[in-house]
Design a protein around this ligand. Structure first.
Ligand SMILES: O=C(CO)[C@@H](O)[C@H](O)[C@H](O)[C@H](O)COP(=O)(O)O
Ligand SMILES: [Zn+2]
Length: 195
């Protein structure tokens, strides 16, 4: 068991090293479209299932509260948090609609959808992306594996950040680093560079 535990750390580190090689350009592009959207008075809406729901909320907390420095609150909404809305949309329509139905009400042209799925194949996240496209929002997709169906839905100005791994857990671990890198990009762009 000790060896298994060591292997988990080693795999996580190796996945992060591979991601440090392949992802910085797409993370910078995603950070810049988020900055442009925030400067235009827009916001970031985030969604995902399971561990990715936690990631969606982690991102919105860092926007609404703070990341690593004192600065004004930034506008973000996690679509994963309102149990009344989530249960009633699932009950009356379908779990596939839980994010897209909220987005139809809350999404504005120029807003960003942060769509998080390790497989790229979660139907409710895909439906949210289709709604975002129909509302002239931009999409930042955090994916893994082969990008799934989500990879085929990206518009010209959208950004997919695909973690080079086939393991859901390892992909999630890198998604968290990506989220922190996006927060760092946003804070440094909007409020000045910090060491
Ligand atoms: O956290 C984990 C496993 O590490 C799970 O909760 C995982 O997030 C769930 O199986 C999700 O439903 C997977 O969805 P997705 O990442 O493929 O979109
Ligand atoms: Zn997990």
């Amino acid at each position: 068991m000790i060896e298994r535990i060591r292997d988990i750390f080693t795999e996580s580190i190796q996945t992060k090293i591979a991601a440090a090689d392949s992802l910085p350009e797409s993370i910078a592009k995603a950070g810049q479209i988020m900055v442009n959207s925030l400067l235009a008075g827009n916001k970031v809406l985030s969604c995902g299932n399971g561990g990715s729901a936690g990631d969606a909320q982690h991102f919105s907390s860092e926007m609404l509260n703070r990341f690593e420095r004192e600065r004004p609150s930034l506008p973000a909404i996690a679509l994963t948090t309102d149990t009344g809305t989530l249960t009633s949309i699932s009950n009356d329509y379908s779990y596939n609609d839980v994010f897209s139905k909220q987005l139809r009400a809350l999404g504005q042209p120029g807003d960003i959808l942060l769509a998080i799925s390790t497989s790229g194949n979660s139907r409710n996240v895909i439906n949210a992306m289709e709604t975002a496209l129909s509302k002239d929002m931009l999409i930042v997709a955090l994916t893994g594996k082969d990008g799934g169906e989500m990879a085929g839905l990206m518009g010209q100005n959208d950004v997919e950040i695909r973690v080079p791994s086939n393991s859901t857990a390892r992909i999630q671990e890198v998604h968290l680093v990506v989220i922190h890198a996006l927060c760092d990009y946003i804070d440094n762009s909007l409020f000045g560079t910090e060491a």
